[in-house]
Design a binder for this molecule. Structure first.
Ligand SMILES: [Zn+2]
Length: 533
């Protein structure tokens, strides 16, 4: 009925505000409101124009959204529901009714909506994920009720948690149990033989042809339906709709070509992951790099959740500076949450369990692994570059088993601003660096080995001459990092610390540099002042 539909629209808005208005939530909310609005108007024809309008409006606001798989999926699913669900519902309801199935109307509506959405996204999943699921429709129909309970349970748990954290935790199963069913159902269906097939490499033409054929078929169907009923449908509305859809698509493609990805700023975030290193680099061209993963899977997952937009699914390159647990452990979980493009590591290898799990994960996911050697550099686009300064050959002399001095040392350069990321190198690694012809001078220095006493020697500090220093260390760590001796050596150079400041984020347009620690006073580190030293 109408009151229920209007209430549902309010619920969608409240829900969007409740979970935080991230782009993916806004997208889903816009689509949901559009569909409910069309239902309120009682005209399936207007639902189609409304969905196309919502898609065009989102594309006008964020042109690159058309290339985003999440947008393509929500748009296709919504179109599928608008165009197919009601027809399927009528067919199913009468069939189930004839078979005297209990709850026929409810069952028919749910199956129809789920099946319509699942079918409509198949060309997108085939193109983007190289997969066509043969079980998607029955699987979705069966697990959808669990989703409803999970949503309801999450609301209750979040509300209770806001009142009292312990109460929230004690009720957590309300959300966990249906979510576990949801995941278990997905696993069960995915484990069936021939659950999905790979269509092989497809060109963009394939989904265009499939959707085109679908549109022609649907149009023929509408003609037949219209012939059954008396007065002919308003054709002019159809033509206008076609025009506006075409224009919206054309505009989206023009914008997608004109606007490069990324916003022209380089962001470097030293993530607070406890006693270890994890550094997120977001390049001016919109690529994401991660240097090390810290000592824990949940700590890195949370830190990346804080630092990245909610719909981020990809990390283009992960560099492991050296295979020790306080750098490698967190990476093990990244492969499950993100789509990783490439990995880079040093010549060491190693036997730690975390490192082996990381390598096994990379092999499983088919992520190519490159070897970093001094002298390489990576063009990050828009003039940003990442230089590999170490390890060189021969490897610096170090005690047997001492891997710190063989860390990958990186220098990230964008315009007048640069970052030196020396991993865990100590005095031996630093003196090896001083003998290379590489430029070491950098605006920001991450202190080697978490600020330990054996790193950041006076000669090295003199060569780098940073304007600002960062130490990545855990709060109350047993090693006393960053050490008082190192802090003394820094003298007047301001030091930001992940143990005290939380995530420390730098942002630069190539000339200005802004520092935003999560906690504590932001030292007003304006580049002109810093760089003119
Ligand atoms: Zn370390």
């Amino acid at each position: 009925g109408r009151p229920a539909t209007a209430a549902a629209m309010v619920a969608v808005v409240v829900y969007a505000a409740f979970v935080g208005a991230s782009p993916s939530v806004l997208r889903a909310a816009a689509m949901g409101i559009v569909m409910l609005g069309a239902r309120l108007a009682g005209r399936p024809g207007s639902a189609l124009s409304a969905v196309v309008f919502a898609g065009a409006a989102l594309a006008a606001w964020q042109p690159l959204i058309v290339a985003d798989a999440a947008f393509q999926l929500s748009f296709a699913a919504t179109l599928g529901i608008v165009l197919l669900a009601e027809r399927l519902n009528v067919l199913l309801a009468s069939a189930l009714d004839r078979l005297r199935v209990p709850f026929a109307a409810w069952l028919a509506e749910n199956v129809a909506v789920t099946a319509a959405a699942s079918a409509a996204v198949l060309p997108v999943t085939a193109l983007t994920f190289d997969r066509v699921s043969l079980v998607a429709i029955p699987a979705n129909v069966l697990v959808t009720p669990a989703f409803f309970f999970a949503l309801f349970g999450s609301f209750v748990v979040a509300g209770a948690g806001a009142v009292d954290a312990a109460l929230g935790r004690s009720l957590a199963d309300l959300a966990y149990a249906p979510l576990a069913c949801f995941v278990a159902g997905g696993r069960l269906f995915a484990g069936l033989p021939f659950a999905s097939v790979s269509p092989g490499p497809l060109s963009l033409a394939a989904p265009v042809i499939v959707y085109g054929a679908f549109a022609i078929g649907l149009r023929a169907l509408r003609r037949l339906e219209a012939a059954d009923r008396a007065p002919a449908p308003a054709r002019r509305v159809d033509a206008r709709l076609g025009w506006s859809a075409g224009l919206a698509l054309a505009a989206a493609f023009v914008w997608a070509g004109a606007l490069p990805a990324g916003d022209g700023r380089l962001r470097v975030t030293f993530l607070d992951v406890g006693q270890g290193d994890a550094i997120l680099i977001e390049t001016p061209a919109g690529h994401r790099l991660l240097v090390d993963g810290g000592p824990s899977v949940p700590a890195l997952a949370e830190a990346l959740g804080r630092a990245l937009p909610a719909d981020a699914r990809r990390i283009d390159l992960i560099i492991l500076s050296h295979p020790q647990d306080d750098h490698a452990t967190g990476l093990v979980g990244v492969l499950e949450r993100y789509d990783v493009g490439q990995a880079l590591e040093g010549p060491l290898g190693g036997g730690s369990a975390a490192y082996r799990a990381w390598r096994a994960g990379l092999a499983r996911e088919g992520v190519p692994v490159g070897l970093a050697t001094a002298g390489q550099w990576l063009d990050l686009g828009r003039g940003a570059r990442l230089e590999v300064l170490a390890p060189g050959r021969p490897l610096p002399e170090a005690a047997e088993g001492e891997v710190n001095d063989r860390s990958i040392v990186l220098r990230l350069v964008y315009g007048r601003v640069s970052f030196l990321l020396p991993g865990d190198v100590g005095a031996a690694g630093e003196s090896a660096l001083l003998e290379t012809p590489f430029e070491l001078r950098s605006t920001v220095l991450k202190l080697g080995h978490h600020g330990s006493e054996g790193s950041t020697t006076p000669a090295f500090l003199d060569a780098v001459r940073p304007a600002i220093a960062v130490a990545s260390a855990g709060a109350g760590n047993p090693f006393g990092h960053p050490s008082p001796a190192t802090r003394l050596r820094l003298g007047a150079i301001p030091l930001l610390r992940t143990d005290l400041n939380g995530d420390v984020r730098f942002e630069t347009d190539g000339s200005g540099l802004w520092v935003r620690p999560a906690r504590g006073a932001a030292k007003a580190a304006d580049a002109p002042a810093l760089l003119s030293r």
